[in-house]
Design a protein around this ligand. Structure first.
Ligand code: IMP
Length: 427
């Protein structure tokens, strides 16, 4: 038995989908453990691009069972659309897609609240994806949430939705002067969705533990990234779940002692979508060049991503929080065109240099990054078929990253395709 967690080591969008897709070949189970349809995991193969928001990225590997774990907040309507999309690619998902009965449901009123809350924040808005994530987790933590199992009990479902909607409507009408939402339509929509989702709903904790006992291989798929974590990220500019390793345990029911590998995924540079601190952000020409070369536009919302050089201080913090013991560097090819490549190795905060990631907002806001410069390689890395084929200066850059973190790089991705991947050693 082996359990490997795939963690976003930055602000999300590190290319986790591609890595999960690659490793799914060897996995019996792929389990999503937090977040919801705010994620967008992009997969490229057979000349096609697929973007998954909820279904684990292993679904295109026919021998892999994919689980939406208890820590996820599930939008039933998005899930149904995604099931249709996967089926339309002639992929048989019967018995291969399982949805936890204790996962929480995102209802249409969560999305309305998400948008109204953001609007009210004005300049201070978080820049959420508008998918209802925060409000759904608020209901979960307040112990009034609707769980997937409730969808199968029409009377209980109506009662819970009625109570929640009364509270939501009070906020919408009194605080935001918006029109109240009607229960009936969304209730019918949920009953209809429940009927279609019924075959996939089960006690996933039980299934997972039976499979663990039988020695099966697991991949636990994180969404978003460490710096968006509700506890360890740049609060309040974070998502409302725990993308870090701890979340993988609570969001699946797999104990920490079962986790063997924690694979941290980082781009060769940095991006962030939405508002909040970003110490190495480049707002000028170089930032634009990174965005163009990396096609850095959100896969869920289409928003342009903010771009900057790799931040090793933040990455080391992510490595510590998660216990990362394997590193994956993605989108290396995006740096191919630059004369000089930089990586931030320390922060100067109010005149003092540090390699510790600060937690106080005031300190984060006054970070001046200190960079190490590397000579650019100015040649395409996309055709390399092994790590040794990469130019010497490219390897120097990668080895400086591995040395700084004291973690071995196991995979380097040099393009979106499955074949544009260099695996170092034996996984
Ligand atoms: P929410 O998760 O929609 O509540 O958004 C909270 C913050 O997390 C915003 O800054 C979003 O842009 C960011 N975020 C949420 N999901 C993703 C993702 O999959 N990739 C990158 N950023 C994300």
């Amino acid at each position: 038995m082996s359990v490997r967690v795939i963690i976003g080591a930055q602000w999300g969008d590190e290319g986790k989908g591609k890595v999960v897709d690659l490793l799914s070949d060897q996995a019996d189970y792929v389990v999503r453990y937090q977040g919801g349809a705010n994620a967008g995991h992009t997969l490229n193969f057979d000349g096609q691009t697929h973007i998954l928001h909820l279904i684990p990225s292993g679904i295109f590997h026919i021998n892999t069972t994919c689980i939406i774990g208890n820590g996820v907040v599930v939008d039933p309507l998005t899930l149904l659309e995604e099931i249709e999309l996967v089926k339309s690619n002639n992929v048989d998902i019967d018995g291969r897609l399982l949805v936890s009965e204790t996962a929480h449901v995102i209802l249409p009123y969560h999305k309305s609240l998400d948008k109204a809350d953001e609007h009210a924040l004005g300049q201070q808005k978080i820049g959420t994806t508008g998918r209802g994530i925060g409000p759904a987790y608020v209901h979960k933590i307040s112990r009034v949430g609707v769980r997937i199992m409730d969808l199968l009990e029409p009377e209980l479902l109506r009662k819970k939705m009625e109570i929640n909607l009364a509270e939501v409507n009070a906020r919408l009408t009194e605080n935001y002067k918006a029109a109240p939402l009607e229960l009936e339509g969304m209730y019918r929509q949920m009953l209809d969705a429940a009927e279609q989702l019924k075959p996939y709903i089960c006690n996933t904790t039980n299934r997972i533990h039976k499979a663990l006992a039988a020695g099966r291989e697991f991949l636990l798929e994180g969404a978003q990234g460490t710096l968006l974590d509700i506890d360890h990220g740049t609060y309040p500019y974070v998502t409302s779940s725990s993308p870090t390793t701890g979340g993988a345990c609570t969001g699946t029911g797999i104990p920490p002692t079962a986790i063997e590998h924690v694979m941290g995924i980082t781009k060769a540079y940095c991006t962030r979508v939405g508002n909040g601190p970003f110490p190495t952000e480049l707002t000028g020409k170089t930032g634009d060049e990174l965005r163009d070369a990396g096609h850095e536009f959100g896969s869920t919302t289409g928003r342009p991503r903010r771009c900057g050089w790799l931040d090793l201080v933040a990455l080391k913090y992510a490595a510590k929080i998660n216990g990362i013991n394997e590193l994956v560097v993605t989108k290396l090819d995006v740096l191919d065109q630059f004369d000089t490549v930089k990586a931030c190795t320390s922060y100067r905060i109010n005149g003092t240099e540090t390699t510790d990631f600060p937690l106080r907002s005031r300190e984060i806001d006054s970070i001046e990054p200190v960079y190490r410069e590397f000579k650019g390689w100015k040649s395409s890395t996309r055709d390399a078929t092994s790590y040794d084929e990469l130019p010497l200066v490219t390897r120097e850059y990668l080895e400086a990253v591995a040395d700084y973190l004291d973690i071995a790089i196991r995979i380097v991705s040099t393009g979106p395709g499955r074949n544009e991947t260099l695996i170092i050693g034996d996984l």
